[in-house]
Design a protein around this ligand. Structure first.
Ligand code: PLP
Length: 578
């Protein structure tokens, strides 16, 4: 029987293209191995890649571009002009010259169900699936399933189950997937803010503040413009004065010490515990007893700088809380204020023997600072931060400081700052907050799996989580003596890593004038040469994690590297809050 196919001379057909019957092709290209069903039309300037399946009755118009390995179901309809009309303004029939073709792209590996209509100027991402009968009006992200009219995201696809993706790069941090998962809610929150013109302050901010205070189990949360401002405002509101000394650790992000300096105070450092990487209580105690004196007024004076020591900022690094009972006890003995840098520790908890209960990060100091920088466990879609406190005076002062020192509009009790939390960011944060506990749980599961899978590797040191800690695993940090080679090995395998942080603050150029030299804080210095942060985020899939582990194991067998040296596990680390 005649196939009744109409294949114009200008069609470029690849090798082994399989054509059914009643097919109409002109001016198009079709890649090797592709199969085309009956009654399909493919117009000029349309392209179909290799190994695709185009099912019967589908219409691929000019401007449609289909990449390799794509499945198109029956009767799929593409539209290539945003305003298709039969006639021109003066009533004449439109010609091709009147047609404004807009491109539509179907990326590699995508599947389009039967009866789908795809409007012009749309991109369907790699491996995405469009449910049968959907009407696609806007771009579909890669690795998502969409359905409906208009098509909406139903869920994401585990890319490991999709062919050809088992070697896909594994990012150190995936910020795209959580935003795809919450796209509709986030867009709705954005739309609500636009429609109410709610951009600064107002109920959107207050609602988030209340919800975040409840999450942290504090009386107050005050939204501000960043974690750095949160720390600066908390220090000032807690009474830290220009010229004071504030004690913190050298292995933190510079924002901790910037905030201390911006509050007019001076940072001095305490070395860290080798196992938890947080402030060493033994070193703090030693500093207070041996490196301070009392002046005539009874103030604690730093022998190093001659300035009064008034506060401690423990940093809950990598999402694990510092030994707060012990730090608070020493602070109480020496009359110091404790302000937590909880910028990496949303949802982390500490078992307080003093209070005989688990306590959340941000609820134990006089005040605490949180950052909502996008990569944090709770991240905004821009810059944001918050101060938490149980002290109403501190809360009121932070509110004043963030808003030009105003107690009410145009009544300024003091000079303040433009440090408010943007309402749109508050709306985004409030949308994400209900997911935080579950995200932290997933981080914890991934950390437990890393620990189990890597425990036999004696060339690396794994993170240490004492029994009194429930870490939020903002970062999963191992130690290795062959760090630079391991980074290169993982990079070659498509695996991202980070170093938090490569140079301790006392050795940074910015703090040269402090006069600390190499060897001033030996533990922080040694650790900074060995630490390596592995991929860690709630959406990290087990298959991805196994690949990370396999590559680390493979690397370790190629080098003869002893485990990084460790001091005897100190009492402080094993039974710290006794
Ligand atoms: C420990 C620590 N403190 C303070 C900050 C500052 O937060 P932000 O970047 O929101 O100003 C960060 C942020 O990275 C941090 O990790």
């Amino acid at each position: 029987m005649n196939s009744h196919n109409c294949i114009a001379d200008d069609v470029i057909l690849g090798q082994n293209v399989k054509l059914s019957k009643f097919i109409n092709l002109y001016g198009c290209t079709v890649g090797d191995g592709t199969k085309i069903g009956a009654f399909v039309e493919i117009q000029k300037n349309a392209g179909v890649g290799k190994n695709c399946k185009i099912s019967s009755h589908t219409f691929l118009c000019e401007g449609v571009s289909i990449e390799d390995n794509v499945f198109i179901g029956h009767g799929v309809m593409f539209i290539n002009d945003r305003y298709p009309r039969a006639t021109t303004g003066d009533g004449a029939l439109q010609t091709e010259a009147d047609w404004k073709v807009e491109r539509t792209v179907i990326r590699k590996g995508a599947s389009i169900g039967s009866g789908v209509t795809i409007l012009s100027n749309v991109e369907i991402g790699a491996n995405a699936i469009v449910g049968a009968g959907s009407v696609v009006t806007r771009d579909v992200p890669a690795n998502t399933i969409v359905a409906g009219n208009p098509a909406r995201i139903m869920r994401t696809i585990d890319a490991a189950v999709t062919a050809n993706t088992s070697n896909e790069p594994i990012p150190f941090l995936d910020l795209v997937t959580p935003h795809i998962e919450l796209e509709q809610e986030l867009v709705a929150a954005f739309r609500k803010s636009l429609r109410a013109a709610a951009f600064v302050g107002g109920s959107v901010v207050e609602d988030f503040e209340q919800a975040f205070a409840a999450f942290c189990e504090t009386d107050h949360a005050i939204g501000v413009s960043s974690g750095t401002d949160a720390l600066r405002f908390a220090l000032t509101a807690c009474g830290i004065r220009p010229g004071d000394v504030v004690l913190t650790v050298p292995n933190t992000f510079i924002a901790t010490t910037e905030a201390i300096s911006q509050a007019g105070a001076f940072p001095e450092f305490i070395d860290i515990n080798e196992h938890t990487y947080n402030m060493s209580v033994a070193m703090l105690e030693q500093y207070l007893h041996e490196q301070c004196s009392r002046d005539n007024a009874g103030r604690l004076i730093s022998l190093r700088s001659g300035r009064p020591v008034t506060a401690i900022v423990p940093v809950h690094l990598y999402g694990q809380m510092a030994d707060m009972d012990s730090i608070l006890k020493l602070a109480g003995q020496f009359g110091l204020t404790v302000i937590e840098d909880a910028c990496q520790a949303h949802g982390a908890a500490y078992f307080s023997k003093k209070h005989d209960r688990w306590m959340k990060a941000g609820s134990m100091g006089q005040a605490a600072a949180f950052s909502f920088y996008p990569g944090k466990n709770l991240g905004a879609c821009g810059e944001a931060g918050a101060v938490t406190t149980n002290d109403p005076t501190v809360a009121a002062t932070v509110k004043m400081l963030r808003d030009h020192g105003q107690v009410k509009k145009y009544y300024h009790d003091a000079e303040g700052y433009n440090g408010r939390l943007d309402s749109i960011q508050a709306a985004f944060l409030h949308t994400k907050l209900p997911h935080l506990a579950q995200w932290n749980q997933k981080r914890h599961e991934r950390a437990t799996d890393y620990n189990r899978l890597l425990q036999s590797n004696d060339t690396i040191v794994l993170p240490y989580e004492p029994s009194w800690s429930r870490a939020a695993y903002h970062l999963y940090v191992i130690r290795t003596r062959n760090r630079e080679q391991m980074i290169e090995h993982l990079k070659a395998a498509g695996i991202g890593t980070g170093i938090h942080y490569p140079i301790p603050l006392h050795l940074q150029k910015a703090y040269e004038a402090m006069g600390y030299g190499v060897g001033a804080f030996p533990i922080a210095e040694r650790v900074s040469r060995e630490i390596l942060s592995l991929p860690m985020f709630p959406q990290l899939r087990e298959t991805q994690q196994q690949r990370v582990v396999q590559q680390i194991m493979k690397f370790s067998t190629t080098i003869a590297s002893p485990q990084p040296e460790q001091d005897e596990r100190s009492l402080e680390a094993t039974a710290p809050n006794a």
